[in-house]
Design a protein around this ligand. Structure first.
Ligand SMILES: Cc1cc2nc3c(=O)[nH]c(=O)nc-3n(C[C@H](O)[C@H](O)[C@H](O)COP(=O)(O)OP(=O)(O)OC[C@H]3O[C@@H](n4cnc5c(N)ncnc54)[C@H](O)[C@@H]3O)c2cc1C
Length: 450
């Protein structure tokens, strides 16, 4: 049911946030269980200008001032209401480098169902990368494009008609109440009536799915921090638009010479090259439109001439962080303070040089030089602020996405990514949310049924 306040005082599971992470977790968890679930969402069915100001932050660093007001949508469906739909499987290198405490195969199990939800072709998980003959340094790794799926539209009737899953709109989670290792209740406030007293709702299990800033802030506001790096290591994907071109031999590309609305063609340094050379992932988009005469290896010939967009991985850096600011929002909550610097200009030049050398060595093509002055743009991807790891000393959640210092609090979303590769995050967010939903269903089912 869709409501504007909780119908029950106690739920089996409360999920805070109704973006792709929260909705997917609820959907998976509701299958084959009799659990009573509440998804609590700050926003309404449509964006509301007052509620949207809850996304404002105090920003210090490289991101533009309009980044957060625009990039975290406070409404049913969350930021899926504006996302672009670009998808790619996370690079295997992130797992072999042991940044993630789960195996690549473990995550891979969930990509097929995630592809189904975001309406991607099967190739998106069956063949996420294609080898290029004659080189082991480069791979073809396209981005697959979701229609893009708007989770609010796709799941509206699921919530409207489901007898045991309540979507509670216009209600903001203020903080969690914990007794020892057990979270017992959530303090709530009506998003449009701050003058009303807060209310409390209890549950056996809680899931934070409030985005890359919301998740760490809720832990900080609830004092569930205890020496864990909550909020630290905020990552983005630096994007460089039209800062270089390349000439490619289309006969060597493992694809037909065509534009496909469901694909964005891209080349990447291979995982093995990145591991051997200690390089982070880096991807160069190209399009298939323009053939031009040029010279390659002393021979004049027709080649594909294309501008490139570069998308890059950023290493987690604990100086990039979500903390408490010194101003409050209209609900009386301290605003988040974000410190974020890319520190990527030199690495971008280095990575483009390595990429260009690999391209020349492969005989596949040649790059132009990178423009001397270039701007780094963001992708709207907020990752790493409640990172997954083995212990509370250097991470916030364990391999099941449970907050280390609690028994019944979980986190969904890209805030759990300990490494973000150069792939857009939502495909992986949905895969991980399915995994979390299935895990909670298997552990809580007996309890709820009994
Ligand atoms: C312009 C743009 C383009 C993008 N394009 C792509 C793309 O092409 N490919 C890709 O993979 N990703 C893209 N993204 C990123 C993508 O939108 C996010 O990765 C995805 O939406 C994150 O899902 P989420 O559920 O974790 O968080 P969100 O979608 O942000 O949802 C969080 C929800 O939690 C709610 N919430 C927050 N705090 C509280 C609280 N205290 N109480 C109650 N509710 C709360 C919010 O209102 C929101 O509804 C793009 C983002 C932007 C901004």
């Amino acid at each position: 049911m869709i409501l504007n306040q909780p119908k029950h005082r106690h739920y089996d599971v409360i999920i805070l946030g109704s973006g792709p992470a929260g909705i997917t977790t609820a959907f998976e968890l509701s299958k084959d269980t009799s659990l009573k679930i509440a998804v609590i969402e700050s926003g309404l069915l449509e964006p509301h200008p007052t509620i949207q100001t809850l996304a404002n932050v105090q920003l210090h660093g490289d991101l533009p001032d309009n980044y957060f007001p625009m990039h975290t949508q406070r409404c049913f469906g969350g930021t899926s209401t504006i996302w672009g739909g670009f998808c790619a499987v996370l690079e295997e290198r992130a797992f072999t480098a042991q940044a993630w405490p789960i195996s690549y195969q473990e995550l891979n199990r969930w990509y097929p169902a995630a592809a189904h939800i975001i309406e991607l072709p099967d190739d998106a998980y069956r063949q996420p990368t294609v080898a290029i003959e004659g080189t082991s340094e480069l791979v073809y790794k396209p981005f697959f494009v979701s229609p893009p799926v708007r989770f609010n539209k796709k799941y509206h009737s699921f919530f409207q008609y489901h007898p045991r899953v309540d979507l509670i709109l216009g209600t903001t989670g203020l903080r969690l109440i914990a007794r020892g290792r057990t979270v017992t209740a959530l303090e709530l406030r009506d998003s449009l009536a701050p003058q009303l007293s807060p209310t409390f709702v209890s549950a056996d299990t809680f899931v934070l799915a409030s985005g890359g800033v919301g998740n760490p802030r809720l832990l900080q506001l609830s004092d569930i921090v205890e020496h864990m790096p909550v909020g630290l290591g905020l990552m983005e994907h630096p994007h460089l638009y039209a800062v270089a071109d390349m000439y490619l031999d289309q006969d060597r590309l493992p694809i037909g010479l065509k534009e496909d609305p469901n694909l964005v063609h891209a080349l990447q340094l291979s995982d093995s090259y990145c591991v051997e050379n200690g390089v982070l992932s880096f991807s160069a988009d190209f399009n298939m439109q323009q053939m031009t005469p040029t010279v390659l290896l002393g021979k004049r010939r027709e080649m594909l001439h294309t501008p490139v967009t570069l998308r890059a991985e950023l290493a987690p850096d604990f100086r990039n962080a979500v903390r408490e600011g010194d101003r409050s929002n209209y609900l009386g909550l301290p605003m988040p303070r974000i410190d974020f610097h890319y520190r990527y200009h030199d690495l971008a030049r280095e990575s483009w040089q390595l990429f260009g050398e690999a391209l020349l060595r492969s005989g596949l093509g040649r790059p132009s030089i990178l423009q001397p002055e270039f701007q780094l743009h963001d992708g709207g991807h907020l990752m790493g602020t409640t990172r997954m790891g083995l212990s509370a000393a250097d991470s916030v959640v364990d391999s099941n996405c449970r907050v280390h210092t609690t028994d019944n609090l979980y986190v969904a979303g890209s805030s759990v990514f300990p490494a973000g590769g150069a792939s857009n995050p939502t495909f992986t967010i949905v895969a991980l949310a399915l995994r979390l939903g299935a895990y909670l269903a298997s552990t809580l089912k007996g309890h709820a049924d009994g």
